[in-house]
Design a protein around this ligand. Sequence first.
Ligand code: UD1
Length: 420
Amino acid sequence: MEKLVINGKTPLKGDVTISGAKNAAVAILPATLLIDGICTIDNVPNISDVKIYCDILQDLGAKITWNNEHEITVDTRNINSYNSPLEKTSKFRASYYLIGSLLGRFGHAQVGMPGGCNLGARPIDQHIKGFEALGAKVDVSQGKITATAEDLIGTSVYLDMVSVGATINVMLAAVLAEGTTIIDNVAKEPHIVDVANFLNTMGADIRGAGTDVIKINGVKKLHGNATYSIVPDQIEAGTFMLAAVATKGDVTIRNCITKHLEPIIAKIIEMGAEVDDIDGDNIRVWCTKRPKKINIKTLPYPGFPTDLQPQMGVILSMADGTSIINESIWESRFQYTEELNKMGAKISAHGKTAVFDGVEGLVGAPVYASDLRAGAALIIAGICAEGTTEVYNLSHIDRGYENIEEKFKKLGANIERVVE
Ligand code: UD1
C-alpha cells in the first residue's frame, strides 16, 4: 500500500504549472469514437483516469500512440466492438460518455454501470432522457447500460437539473444525428465548452456551449485530421490557489485561464488573502495573515465549484471565526471533515451543511482520502499541520492529479510517497 508522508508547517512558495483538465480529457477521449479517422490531442493530463480510458478505447479497436508525455494520436477507423469492457468501465464515473459516443457513431452501446468517487447518489436519468428523446432504446439491468437506435433524430431536450455529464453525453449522441438538437438548461463548465470546441474542430456543428442552451446541427461525418489542445484544469489551478492561502504561502499558478477562476478569486479576496491576475493565463496568490471566516455555497459554473469545496474546507477549518459551507451538488461530500477533525479541526457536518469553528492550527495524523478532491484537501491539510501526516487511499488522488507530490514538493512541501 502506498501513502504520502507529509511533514507540515511549510508555506508554499514558487511557481506551479497546471496540466490539461481531467474532466475535459475524460470526455474528449470517448468523443474520438465519433470520428472516422485520426486525430491528435495535446495537453492530455497524465493521470490514471486517462490511462484507463486509453485502455478502453484500445479494447474497442482504437489505435492510440503517445507522441510524448502529454500528446496522443487516436485512430478510430477500425472500431470493432460497441461493448465496452464492463470491469473497466465500472471503475470510474466518466465511462458514461462511451454511451453517447458509441450510440452516436454506431447506434449501439453497452457500458458497465459507472463507478467513481463515492459522493452520494449519482443518477444518470437525464442522460437516458436525452438518448431516448433522440430515438434510442435504453435498458439498465444486470449492472450494465445498453442503448440502441436505428436512427438518431434531432430533437429538443430539456434537462430537469443542470448536469455536466448529461449535457456532454446528449451532445455527443446528437453530433451525428439527423437534423437539429436543442438542449436546454445545460451546464456551462469550461470543459463543456472544450468538448464542443474539440468536436467542432473535427467537423461538428455545435453552437452555444458555455450558455444555457446548446444547439447541435447534425453532420454526416467527423473528419478528424486535426490537432486539439485540452483546456487547463480549472480545479487543479483552484487547488493550488487554495493551497497557497491555506499554507500562508505565495504561489504563481501558470498555464491557467483566470477567467475560469473568478468564483475562487472572489472568495480568496473575501477571506483577506491577495490575488494578482497577471495576464489572464498566470495568477499569483499569497496570504500573510490568518484568513477571515466566510460562507460558501457550491453551485454549477460560474458558481463556486463543488470540486474545490474540500480544499476550501481546509482553510475554513483554520480561519478566524465560524464559517458555513452549504454543499448543493453532492450529498456525501463532507466525508473529509471527519479526517480534518482527527487533525484537530472543529467541524460539524449534517446533511448538506457543515459548520467550521476555526482553530489556530492543525496537527498531523493518519488520514484516509474518501475521494479525489478529499485527497487533495488532506494533502493541503498535511502541509499546514504541525508534525507528520500520513495520507492513505492514494488511488483516488492519482485518478485526477498529475504528479501531485512532485508539484507540491517543487513549492517547498516536505512530502514523500512511501510504499508500506
Ligand atoms: C461532473 C464532474 C464532477 C463534478 C460534477 C459537478 C466529470 C467527469 N465529473 O460530474 O467532478 O463534481 O460534475 O460539477 O466531469 N444528476 C441527476 N441526474 C442525472 C445527472 C445528474 O440527478 O442524470 C444530479 C447529480 O446527482 C448531482 C447534480 O445533478 O446532484 C450534478 O451532477 P452532474 O453535473 O451530472 O455531475 P457529473 O457529470 O457526474
